[in-house]
Design a protein around this ligand. Structure first.
Ligand code: UD1
Length: 377
């Protein structure tokens, strides 16, 4: 590494929820531009325009220096293809540190490659645990945290989980939530966005839905049951449902399309770009979702969130925020909707350090502690 002046950081993005976590890190690195060269590697796990490119635009995320174009496949295929493509990037570009975020297949694949090449690795959003090992993301989280050198946590539960698993306390940092950095940074664009008006929706008068967990959408009976609930709810208020590609193809494959087109106020729309989606959520009466990140976004926006799962790896969204866990069964969801719509707005707090400055803390720690850069940035 001898005469290279700047230290190199390579951040990995792959799937939709990664983009908002890396954007603020890329921005925070510019404060260290004299010392740090930051680049992005996009594995191409997600590749549709609205699942990927539109997020770069909305988040002001710099163009990736490397694009691996791995696409979809089984878990083994996808993970293996990412590893094969990422290894030569590491050996040729020689990053001093690799940053991985979240819990997708790109996260574990790139961690495994970098660690074995002796490159320092940092995991952003470390320590979250649903304790449900049937979720592919849980396997990715546990394995990534076991391997990474530096562990950055969004909430106290992450710190507690890591320490209980034996992580060394001087490598675990509670820094806040970079997804919320992006949310707060996007607010001016969100304010200017007119998607709600274009869809003819009134403020506080509709529901937003997202579904893509394999446990909810890969089983025909389960998916049909959830679509029934949405159809019921749409009798009461418009229901906006940006449909994830996995869910879309299952609706078609299981022959459920007729069921959803029957419900007049059930609005199935393509996956939305970031600013549009946040604008829709911000003005919704309630959100029904099985996403991880949306539990966090609704917490900060103060919008009631019904999470259609039996576990969450983000308990602070329940402790502080507006989130409730509801098993994905028709009667249970219907009762929870009634409760939310009858209740006066629930008071909620913002979880500690979800203040828009998490990425600055992360980059400072990486610069000073991990890369040994002595500077006042
Ligand atoms: C992945 C992540 C999940 C994350 C989700 C967000 C893993 C294991 N899962 O799940 O944690 O919450 O992203 O969206 O990493 N497809 C397209 N266009 C795309 C991408 C995918 O049409 O741009 C289709 C393909 O048919 C693919 C399917 O969607 O087979 C699922 O994509 P995949 O990347 O396998 O997993 P996700 O369900 O998106």
């Amino acid at each position: 590494m001898g005469h290279r002046v700047k230290r190199r950081i390579l951040s990995v993005v792959g799937a939709r929820p990664n983009f908002m976590k890396v954007a603020p890190i890329a921005r925070a690195c510019t404060a260290y531009a004299e010392y740090i060269e930051h680049a992005i590697c996009h594995t191409g796990q997600h590749y549709d325009y609205t699942m990927s490119q539109a997020f770069f635009e909305d988040l002001d995320l710099p163009e990736p220096l490397f694009y691996l174009g791995v696409g979809s496949g089984s878990h083994a295929e996808q993970t293996a293809r990412i590893m094969l493509a990422f290894e030569p990037i590491c050996t040729e570009w020689k990053p001093d540190l690799v940053i991985v975020v979240g819990d997708v297949n790109s996260t574990i694949a790139c961690t495994l490659v970098a660690v074995k090449l002796g490159i320092q690795t940092a995991h952003v959003e470390a320590g979250l645990r649903s304790f449900d090992r049937t979720m592919p993301e849980e396997i990715n989280r546990v394995a990534t945290d076991a391997l990474c050198d530096w562990l950055f946590c969004t909430e106290q539960s992450g710190v507690d989980n890591l320490l209980r698993e034996g992580a060394s306390p001087d490598r675990v940092f509670f820094v806040g939530n970079t997804m919320i950095d992006s949310l707060l940074a996007a607010m001016p664009k969100v304010e200017a966005c007119t998607i709600r008006q274009e869809l003819g929706l009134s403020r506080g008068g509709y529901a937003v839905v997202t579904l893509h967990r394999p446990s909810n959408v890969d089983d025909p009976i389960q998916l049909a049951e959830l679509l029934e609930v949405l159809s019921d709810l749409s009798q009461r208020m418009p229901v906006v449902f940006p449909v994830h590609p996995r869910t879309q193809s299952n609706i078609e494959q299981f022959g459920l399309s007729a069921r959803v087109t029957k419900a007049k106020q059930l609005l199935l729309i393509p996956p939305q770009r970031y600013v549009h989606f946040v604008a829709l959520v911000r003005d919704a009466a309630l959100v029904l979702t099985d996403s991880g990140g949306i539990q966090e976004e609704t917490t900060v926006l103060g919008v009631p969130c019904i999470t259609l799962r039996t576990t969450t790896e983000r308990p602070s969204t329940i402790e502080y925020g507006t989130n409730v866990l509801v098993p994905p069964k028709r009667e249970r969801i219907t009762a929870a909707i009634e409760e939310v719509l009858a209740a006066s707005p629930r008071s909620h707090q913002i979880p500690p350090l979800w203040d828009g400055h998490a990425a600055e803390r992360i980059v400072r720690i990486i610069a000073e502690r991990c890369l040994g850069i002595n500077c006042i940035a």
